[in-house]
Structure formats: structure tokens, C-alpha cells
Write a protein that binds this ligand. Structure first.
Ligand code: TRP
Length: 451
């Protein structure tokens, strides 16, 4: 069994590939727009608390289940549960990640289109032009659909070639470049005239701006950004080696992920303030802000602006791809092992389901008025997964590991069978038994208006 499954070859490869799953449009697109809609700095503080208090123990739990079971999402839970229906958590994860893959690819498709438009030099113009460009493009009935489905097919192509070959190689050098480029853009954006208002918005908490749903939005965003709650990390952990330090990896990935989200915020909000884009512009925020940065910040040397913009969209597309690969891999691994299908065929099943969601989502925010429960299909999928399914999946995983999986198994995985210190084991167990389930439950109840 073990030898048939792909294995990541190096220590760096594991952390980078899992970090590659975590770092994506969740950080650069979703985090700024969520923070913008929910009051800025105050939201960010709650978000950071959610990442470290609930997210890190949740990640560790998925790692423990995945590495111990060495199997796809559903079978991993099943193996550890002794016939009890915990595998439903795995099924929930497979469903959630396929829905996310669908609407996420719409945004990834937008990025891909922006990459081509910036290569062709079509994004030049004033703030008004940039905004119109987005509106026109996203409301077409054909283009966003083609880019989105195209993105899923590219993902499928990588996934079908297997874990090691596809994912590991490129992450190693592209992730660090993304980080450096973000730093350059933060500096460029903060130097624009009037940028200081954006910096205040991001760093000075104004708790009076917090709205009712902010807790669940922060929790959902934290889980979304860490790729937590769909057994995605569980599937990746099944490729970890027995030497991987689970606690350290979870901590490193959470830190890196948070750092990139904050940098993305520091890149977007000062620029938005400078060109008069409102922070609560919603999902279009980065698309109607960034092209202005590339032009205005590098106005003296347009060639530099051109290169930086092409490079940035290319890296964003790559970051999105390492994330879509991880969503795709969850379902693909499941169908390979459960239906005994070749990797290629099982990848096609996931691609087909996600493409249907992608088409409906893309049309719902553009050409047609497709609604579910009063929301555009895209918003519905986004809200349902991030605010309900991910926290639910994460909570159940914590309960599973905290109360159900034998203590010895947890301790063996936590310490790599005694090779690592168990200093934080008690704190971890306390977190997954009590802190995580109770906090997530309270946030749900608050959202439902019960408390
Ligand atoms: N974390 C990724 C991002 O921030 C998105 C993602 C990848 C994801 N895999 C996931 C979200 C699984 C939820 C579940 O862009």
C-alpha cells in the first residue's frame, strides 16, 4: 500500500507543497476583500486568533489522521474509526473541496485572463477604465466560463501526472519569488499618494466597525486559507514521511500563510485608498485595484510596471494552481482507491463535477441572474463552504482525534513514535477536546442568533 502511494521526496518538498495548497487566492483575493467588508484591522485580529487557536490544532488533527491512515480522505477516517460512521467526515470533505474547486476556479480564471491581458498591455488606463474593464469582462457569458473551466483542466492535467512530479518541483522556486514580489509591491503601494488611509484601515482596529457576522467570517476565512476542514491536509499528510514533524509543519505553514495574507492586505488597501476604490468592494477588490498599482507606482519607468504586472499575475496563477491541485487531489485520491479507477479517469470525475459548479458560478456573477437562496450561485457556494462546511469539517475532525482516536495513536503521530518531544501534547489534546469544538459551536450558535 505504502509504496503505491506517491511520497514527497524531501522535507522541504512536503512543507512547500502543503504550504502551496494553503497559500493561494484565499490569501491574495479572499482575505483582502473579507477584511475590507468586515472593518479592517479588528477583523484581522480575530482572524489571527482563529488561525492560531483553532486553525493550528485543526491542521494537526488532519495531519495525524492522514499520516496514520495512509489513505484517501474517507478511508482514512474509516480506518481509524472501527466501523463507526466517521468516514462521513471524509465524504463531507470531498464534497466541500469539489464545490470550492468549482467557484475558486472562476476567480483563478479571472487571474489567468488578467495575466494574458497584462501581457497584451490591455490593462492600462485610469481607475475608471480599470473598473469598467473588470465589469465588462466578468459579465460576459463566454470568457469567464472558458477561463474557469480551462483552469480546472490545467489542474487535472497536473493531478493526473501524479503527486510528486506535478506539485513538488515548481513550488520550490516559485513560492519564494511570490513572497519577494509581494514585498516589492507592498513598498510600491504604500508610497502612492494618499496611501496612508489604507494603512490605517489595516492596522488601526476600530471595533465599532465589527458587524454581526464577523466572527463566522473570520473563522471561515481562517479555515479556507489554511485549506482546513475538507480533509485536504489529511490527504496531503498521507504522503508525508514518518520523519515529518507535524507540529512544526503546521506552525510554519500557519505563519507563512498569515504573513502572505497580511502582505496582500498591505499591498491592496493603501493602493485602494490612493485611487479611491472602496475597501468593501467585495470579490472584485483586487481586480479593480491592482492594475492601478502597476501603472501608477511605476509611472516613471512603465517597462518595469509591465514586467512586474506580468510576473505578479503569473505567480498568482501559479499560487492558485497549487491550491486547486490540492482540492482536486482529495476527490481524485478517493476515486482511485475506492472505485479502483486509474488516476486519469478518477481525475476526470472530479473535473466534470467541479466544471459544472464553475460554469454556474461564473454565469451567476456575470451574464445571468442565477440565484440560490437569494444569493448568486457563486456567493452561495462560497458562503456555504467557508462559513458552514469547513468549520463543521474542522470541528468534527478535532472531536474525532480528541475523543475517539486512541490516545496512543495520537501520541505516536505527535511525537513520531517517541522521536520528538511531547511537550505540547497535553495542550494540543486540550485544544482539540474542548477549545476548538466549543469555540466553533459558539460561533455557529451566534451566527444562528441563538446567543
Ligand atoms: N487555502 C487555499 C487558499 O488560500 C484554498 C484551498 C486549497 C482550500 N485547498 C483547500 C480551501 C481545501 C479549503 C479546503 O487559496
Amino acid at each position: 500500500m505504502k509504496t503505491e502511494r506517491g511520497n514527497f521526496s524531501s522535507k522541504l518538498g512536503i512543507v512547500l507543497a502543503t504550504a502551496g495548497s494553503a497559500v493561494g487566492l484565499g490569501n491574495v483575493w479572499r482575505f483582502p476583500y473579507m477584511a475590507g467588508e468586515n472593518g479592517g484591522a479588528a477583523f484581522i485580529l480575530i482572524y489571527i486568533a482563529c488561525i492560531f487557536v483553532l486553525g493550528v490544532p485543526g491542521m494537526l488533527s488532519e495531519f495525524i489522521v492522514g499520516r496514520h491512515a495512509q489513505a484517501n480522505a474517507a478511508r482514512a477516517y474509516d480506518k481509524l474509526s472501527g466501523g463507526k460512521p466517521w468516514k462521513l467526515v471524509g465524504y463531507l470533505g470531498i464534497l466541500t473541496s469539489t464545490i470550492i474547486l468549482g467557484f475558486y476556479s472562476v476567480v483563478a480564471g479571472w487571474c489567468l485572463q488578467y495575466l494574458f491581458a497584462s501581457v497584451a498591455g490591455q490593462l492600462g488606463g485610469d481607475a475608471h477604465y480599470v473598473k469598467n474593464y473588470f465589469q465588462e469582462f466578468s459579465s460576459s457569458a463566454v470568457e469567464p466560463v472558458l477561463w474557469g473551466v480551462g483552469f480546472i483542466i490545467v489542474t487535472q492535467w497536473v493531478v493526473a501526472r501524479g503527486v510528486k512530479a506535478g506539485i513538488e518541483r515548481a513550488s520550490k522556486f516559485l513560492m519564494p519569488i511570490l513572497l519577494i514580489l509581494l514585498l516589492v509591491l507592498v513598498v510600491a503601494s504604500c508610497m502612492l499618494p494618499g496611501a496612508v488611509d489604507g494603512i490605517h484601515f489595516l492596522l488601526k482596529p476600530d471595533f465599532s466597525k465589527l458587524s454581526g457576522g464577523v466572527l463566522i467570517e473570520a473563522l471561515g476565512q481562517a479555515f479556507f486559507s489554511l485549506s482546513l476542514g475538507t480533509a485536504c491536509l489529511c490527504t496531503y499528510a498521507s504522503y508525508f514521511t514518518s520523519q515529518t514533524n507535524l507540529l512544526r509543519s503546521a506552525g510554519q505553514i500557519a505563519l507563512l500563510d498569515t504573513l502572505i495574507a497580511i502582505l496582500a492586505g498591505l499591498m491592496i488597501f493603501p493602493a485602494a485608498a490612493s485611487v479611491g476604490v472602496s475597501p468593501d468592494s467585495g470579490p472584485s477588490l483586487i481586480f479593480i485595484t491592482l492594475p492601478n498599482v502597476f501603472q501608477q507606482a511605476f509611472a516613471a519607468v512603465p517597462a518595469v510596471g509591465y514586467v512586474v504586472s506580468v510576473l505578479f499575475y503569473a505567480l498568482l496563477v501559479f499560487a492558485a494552481l497549487t491550491s486547486t491541485i490540492s482540492m482536486h487531489e482529495i476527490g481524485t485520491a478517493f476515486f482511485i482507491e475506492e472505485l479502483h479507477l486509474p488516476r486519469r479517469y478518477s481525475a476526470w470525475i472530479v473535473t466534470t463535477c467541479a466544471s459544472v459548479i464553475c460554469v454556474l458560478s461564473a454565469l451567476s456573477v456575470g451574464a445571468f441572474d442565477l440565484k440560490l437562496m437569494g444569493m448568486a450561485v457563486m456567493d452561495f457556494c462560497d458562503q456555504l463552504t467557508a462559513n458552514v462546511m469547513l468549520p463543521l469539517g474542522g470541528m468534527l475532525t478535532c472531536l474525532f482525534v480528541g475523543w475517539y482516536v486512541p490516545r496512543q495513536t495520537v501520541s505516536d503521530e505527535f511525537t513520531n513514535h517517541g522521536a520528538l518531544s511531547n511537550r505540547f501534547l497535553a495542550a494540543y489534546l486540550f485544544a482539540v477536546r474542548f477549545v476548538c469544538p466549543v469555540c466553533i459551536m459558539l460561533i455557529f450558535l451566534h451566527q444562528l442568533g441563538v446567543i
